[in-house]
Structure formats: structure tokens, C-alpha cells
Design a protein around this ligand. Sequence first.
Ligand code: MRU
Length: 362
Amino acid sequence: MTAYMEPNSPKVKLTPPFEWLHDHIQIIDQTCLPEELKLLKINDSESAVQAIKRLAIRGAPALGAFGALAVVVGLDEAKSANREDAEARLSELRVLIGDARPTAVNLRWAVDRVINFGLKSAGGVAEIRESILAEAHRVASEDMDACAAIGLFGAELLNGLEKIGTHCNAGRLATAGIGTALAPFYTRKKAGKPISAFAAETRPLLQGARLTAWELQEAGINVTVVPDGAMASIILSNHLDAFIVGADRIASNGDSANKIGTVSHALAAKEAGIPFYVAAPTSTIDFSIETGTEIEIEQRSPTEVHAVNGQRSTPPGVSALNPAFDVTPSRLITAIITEVGVLLPPYKDSITDAIKLAGKQK
Ligand code: MRU
């Protein structure tokens, strides 16, 4: 396996956000974009966990696929002498990697999936390692297929709509494929249909301004960056036809956690009467929880809020809050676009059907 993404690239081969290279993972350090396309070699569990925590690799589906591969790296590092040692190491990695970030359910789901699969294999350390690696590749290639399907379903929904808002980065940098929320953009562009993106800049780490603008521009898609605080007024002045975001965790009732700031756009979209879509693979659905109130929201360091581009912007001594995600209530969501179809309210029913269809009864 080499690269995962890119069926739509209009240019030369794009660098994938993560890639398995024989005995290690190579990632794009997304903290350096757009200034620098810096590649990092991940060959131990500590660097994998740090890459996740500081958002060098990020986005729920990419975290899942990367976390799955990171289990292999962490197992190799331990050089376990026998099966018993390998099992003990996998128990450590389940926590170390699976809990590196709490909100995106794909990370926990994928780490558990590959470890449980590996433990089922008979034989010694080499057999366990081989089956974990094979399953990790399946996690990634399933995500690539899911992105392509979301792109087709989403592109259909956007027929007749051209100016589309989005938040944070739910594109190729956040997945193993062409993205979730951005997949319909790539699909429509490829089909020669008109489409332009309005990307909320996404304070405090600017994933919209830095990453979404970078990857859409690279793909030749027209993109305009909008300050987070300006988006509601742009929506209310009828400037956008629809809004589409990704998700980090979706509850059984459709409540969807996504990057902080998302719910403000959903409220404005409701008020303006434009559709507000959530696009995510079924691996982002957490069927074990009923509503969004049960979703753990990651609280990140206040230092991310205190500084803009490394320059302190708040007076010393002032405190800051930095929740990384918010939850958009399902009543504000027009439809959830998954790889098995477009889910409509009531979500409790459509999500139950989708989970069955995807064969992912949890
Ligand atoms: O903190 P991040 O950058 O990992 O957050 C990612 C998001 O919230 C994305 O916008 C998203 O929609 C989920 S990943 C496709």
C-alpha cells in the first residue's frame, strides 16, 4: 500500500496526509501548512501520540486510520518476546493511542478494531502483528471508499446549489480519501459542475484558513476564507446556498460534535432557511450514546487562544477557555450524508438503519 487518497487530483500525485512505508508511518505535519509541506517519520508510540495531540495528524477518519497503523509501530517498538508480552503491550497501546484525543470516536473505534482483530489470530507475535497491519490497511481503504460514496451522495444533494459554506477541515487532509464535507466539492468539480467554497477560518488553530483553503486551492476549487464571526452575517444576507460540515462523533439521535464554532453556523443556516448538512462515515457514529450531551468535549490548552501565529494577543494574566468541539443539535441538521446513503430525520430510525446497512452493529 502506498497512498490512499486522490481520485480527483487535477494535478500530479498529491502527498497523502499519512502513509505506511514498510516499517513506519509518514505524515504531513499539518501544523506547518500552508507555509511548509513538512513530512514526519513516525516510528514509535510516543511520536505517534504527540503527533495526534498537537494536531500534526487530525480529523476524525484520519485519526482512526493513523491510530490503527500506530498500533503496529507501538507493537514493533516493544520487541515482544512472546505472545503474552505482545498481548500486554497491546493493552497498553489500547489506552495510550486510543485515548490520545477524546472526542473523535474514530480513533477509539479503529484502535479497538485492529487490536481485537489481532488478538483473534492464532500464533505468535509475528502473526498478531501481521493481522493488525492488514486490518489497519482495511480501515484506511474502507474510509477511502466511504469518502468517495459521500462525495457522490453529497454532490447529488448539492444539485442547483453553488456557494457552499464549510467549517474547519473535513477534506483529504482529515481522511484517507477525498474527505467528508469536502468530498462533494471534489466530486462536483470533477463532474464539471460549478462549486465554490466559503471556509470559516476556524479559530483558534485556523484549520479552515490554513488547511481547507490550501487543499481546495491545490485542487483548483474556488475558495474564499471568512472570519468565524462574519459567517452568520454572510449566511443571513443570503450569500450562501447551503452549509456542509464534517463530524467527530454523532450520537444515536443525530446530535453531531464537530469543531468549535460549527453550531453558530447551523443556527444561522436554520434562521436563513438554507440546508445544513453533516457529512461523515458510519465509523463516526457512536451508537452507544443516545444524545450529544454524552459526548466528551476535548478541552485544549488556553495557550492556543492566547496567541495568534505565536504572538501573544491577550493581556498577561487573563484567562481563556478552549473547548475544541461543540455539539450541533440534530434539529438543526437537514441531513447526514454517509457512505450508505443520505440520512433524514427522525435520525434515531435512519441512523439505526444505516448502522445495520454498514454492518457495524456496536
Ligand atoms: O481538531 P481537529 O482539527 O481534529 O477537528 C476536526 C474537525 O472537527 C473537522 O472539521 C471534522 O469535521 C471532523 S474530521 C472530518
